[in-house]
Ligand binder design. Structure first.
Ligand code: ADP
Length: 272
């Protein structure tokens, strides 16, 4: 093509401008569609606990409150619906803050064995109530340092272990670490219901659930794995999942190896 011809050059520029504008408009349309769909999803999800709480409160007002036993039962149910609503709103806020980059990540060196121990301590009672055991795959006497946002990684492990408990009826939940070239892999393994292969890709989408009634019954918001995915993306990492229906699932992710305080002090000394 003869680019020295000024007319041809101008024509080409006009043409490219058209293509770029077209692409921009298409992107905006997609974003707009996404936003509309998101709003519809959110409204729908908010309605469920609000309707439930409303139902219980109105039934109480209509006379059910006279009976002491029924009163207590309905108040408890209304309270549970409001608690679910609270969790949903919290999750939505977290998700939107991460998506818009409003939450700044605070990277630091920390011992991930402690993080997992804390999560296990926090969830032990919940597991016990279902006769499930949560444990490490083997004792980790030495710390394993990673370089990441400690609070957000706590949230990731919390969501993965909570799911393992939610979707397991019998057996155990095992957390393990594997160290390979400058990375630590954290794996949460359960002996639960598993995920059908055709759904594996979609479980990280907001509000996607394999079994809607099971998720809701356990107080699930359908946002847990979307939050996990976003947090790990902010770490340049991702979640992997292996699952077999009625056998169980393994969720895992990798983080860069960090330094212990002693190692950091040693480095600082050497640099002086
Ligand atoms: P939820 O609040 O519904 O648990 P999540 O985003 O955490 O939402 O998970 C999305 C869906 O993925 C769940 O509803 C469930 O169907 C499936 N899922 C997640 N973790 C597991 C697991 N460990 N075992 C089986 N299914 C799982």
């Amino acid at each position: 093509e003869d680019v020295s011809n000024p007319l041809k050059k101008i024509n080409r520029e006009i043409y490219n401008y058209g293509i770029n504008r077209h692409k921009e408009i298409e992107d905006l349309k997609k974003l707009e569609a996404f936003r509309r769909e998101f709003l519809a999803d959110v409204s729908h999800e908010l309605k469920t606990p609000v309707f439930a709480a409303q139902g219980f409160v109105h039934t109480l007002l209509d006379g059910a409150a006279e009976d002491k036993k029924i009163r207590k039962k309905f108040l408890k149910r209304a309270a549970r619906s409001l608690d679910n609503l609270d969790v949903l709103i919290q999750d939505l806020l977290t998700l939107s803050q991460i998506e818009t980059g409003e939450i700044k990540m605070h990277f630091e060196h920390f011992n991930i064995v402690n993080t997992v121990s804390d999560v296990i301590d926090q969830l032990e009672n919940k597991a016990e109530r279902k006769d499930l055991l949560i444990r490490f795959d083997k004792p980790y006497k030495d710390p394993i340092f990673v370089y990441a946002d400690a609070e957000r990684i706590y949230r990731v492990v919390m969501n993965l272990v909570s799911n393992a408990i939610k979707y397991t009826d019998e057996g155990e939940i095992v957390v393990g670490f594997e160290i390979t070239d400058q990375k630590v892999e954290v794996a949460v393994k359960d002996t639960g219901v598993g995920i059908p292969p055709e759904h594996l890709k979609r479980i990280f989408e907001r509000f996607f659930r394999v079994d809607k009634s099971r998720s809701k019954e356990k107080g699930g918001t359908g946002l847990g794995l979307a939050i996990v995915k976003h947090i790990l993306e902010a770490h340049d990492s991702k979640v992997s999942v292996l699952s077999t229906v009625n056998k169980g699932s393994i969720f895992s992710f990798k983080l860069p190896i960090g330094q212990s305080t002693a190692e950091m002090e040693e480095d600082a000394r050497r640099e002086m």
